[in-house]
Design a binder for this molecule. Structure first.
Ligand code: LHQ
Length: 255
C-alpha cells in the first residue's frame, strides 16, 4: 500500500491469530511485495509492520512440522528467507520496521534487516531459535552483533530471553520508542520525512554506509543455513518443536 502524497509504502504481515508467523504463502507474498516496492518509483521509503499484537513470531512452526521441514530447512532458508533479507538490507530506499509487538526468531531477523526500528512499550525482541533447538538465521548472526555488540547478541541467542523495548533502546536495537498505539504512525511519519530526501543521494548514502556489509550478510546467510541444517537434524530440535506444540517446557538431552 503506497500513499502517493507522502511516498511511503506500508507492508503489513497479516496473520494476527498466529502473531504473524511466516507460512510459505506469506513469505512468497512478502518477497513479491518487497520486489514491487523496490521497483516502484512512487515509493520513497518503506514501513514494515504486523497486524494485531505482534510484529512476527518467525517461522510458522506448525507448518514447518506439517511440511516435514527439518530435512529441507537449509533449502527453505535459501529459497524463501534469504531473498527477503537480502532485498530488505540492500534496498536503495529507507526501510523502517514498525515493531508493534513481539518480534521473534526470523521475525526479529526481518526487523534487523530494516534500516531503523520504531518500537512501543510492549515490544519484545526474542532470539527464539534456541528454544526449538535451532540457531539464529535469516541474518541474525551478522546483523544482531553489528547492532548491539557481540556479547549482548550472544546472550540473546544462547538464552532466547526476551529483551524489552526500553533495554533495546539503550542497546541501539531500537531507534525510537513511542506509545504502543503510535508505533505505526511514528514510523510512517518518519518514513515520510526520509522519502522527501533526494533519492539518488539516499541510495548512495546507504551504499556507502553498507559498504562490504551486504557481502558479509550474504556469507552469514549461507553459513547459517549449513548450521541450521545441522541443528535441525538433532532430536533436541524435534523435542523443541513438540514442546512448543504441546505448550510445555522442553527437555533437551544433547542428542
Ligand atoms: C505460533 C508461533 C509460531 C506458529 C506463536 N508458529 N504459531 C526458519 C526456517 C525454517 C524452520 C524453522 O525456523 C526458522 C527460523 C525461525 O523463525 S525459528 C523460531 C520460530 N519461532 C519461535 O520459536 C517462537 C515461538 N513463539 C513463542 O515463543 C511465543 O509465541 C512468543 C514469545 C513469540 C509470544 O508469546 P505470547 O505472547 O505468550 O503468545 P502465544 O505463545 O500465546 O502465541 C499466540 C498464538 O500464536 C498461539 O496460538 P494459539 O492458537 O495457541 O492461540 C501460538 O501457538 C501462535 N504462535 N508463535 N512461530
Amino acid at each position: 500500500m503506497v500513499n502517493p502524497d507522502t511516498r511511503v509504502g506500508v507492508l503489513t504481515f497479516n496473520r494476527p491469530d498466529a502473531l504473524n508467523a511466516f507460512t510459505n504463502q506469506m513469505l512468497d507474498e512478502v518477497a513479491d511485495a518487497l520486489k514491487r516496492a523496490e521497483r516502484d518509483s512512487k515509493v520513497g521509503a518503506l514501513v514494515v509492520t504486523g497486524a494485531g499484537r505482534g510484529f512476527s513470531a518467525g517461522q510458522d512452526l506448525k507448518e514447518h512440522v506439517a511440511n516435514g521441514g527439518a530435512s529441507t530447512i537449509g533449502d527453505h532458508l535459501r529459497t524463501r528467507y534469504h531473498p527477503i533479507i537480502e532485498r530488505l538490507y540492500g534496498m536503495a530506499k529507507p526501510t523502517l520496521a514498525a515493531v508493534n509487538g513481539v518480534a521473534a526468531g526470523a521475525g526479529m531477523s526481518l526487523a534487523l534487516a530494516c534500516d531503523f526500528r520504531v518500537a512501543g512499550s510492549r515490544t519484545r525482541f526474542v532470539q527464539a531459535f534456541v528454544g526449538v533447538g535451532l540457531v539464529p538465521d535469516s541474518g541474525s548472526t551478522h546483523l544482531l552483533p553489528l547492532l548491539v555488540g557481540p556479547a549482548r547478541a550472544l546472550e540473546m541467542a544462547l538464552t532466547g530471553a526476551p529483551v524489552d523495548a526500553q533495554t533495546a533502546l539503550g542497546w541501539g536495537l531500537v531507534n525510537r520508542l513511542v506509545a504502543d498505539d503510535a508505533v505505526v504512525g511514528a514510523a510512517t511519519a518518519w518514513a515520510g520525512e526520509l522519502a522527501a530526501a533526494p533519492p539518488k543521494a539516499v541510495e548512495l548514502i546507504k551504499r556507502g554506509m553498507r559498504r562490504g556489509s551486504l557481502r558479509l550478510l550474504q556469507d552469514a546467510l549461507e553459513y547459517e543455513s549449513w548450521l541450521q541444517a545441522t541443528a535441525a537434524a538433532t532430536q533436541d530440535h524435534q523435542e523443541g518443536l513438540a514442546a512448543f506444540l504441546e505448550k510445555r517446557p522442553a527437555r533437551f538431552t544433547g542428542r
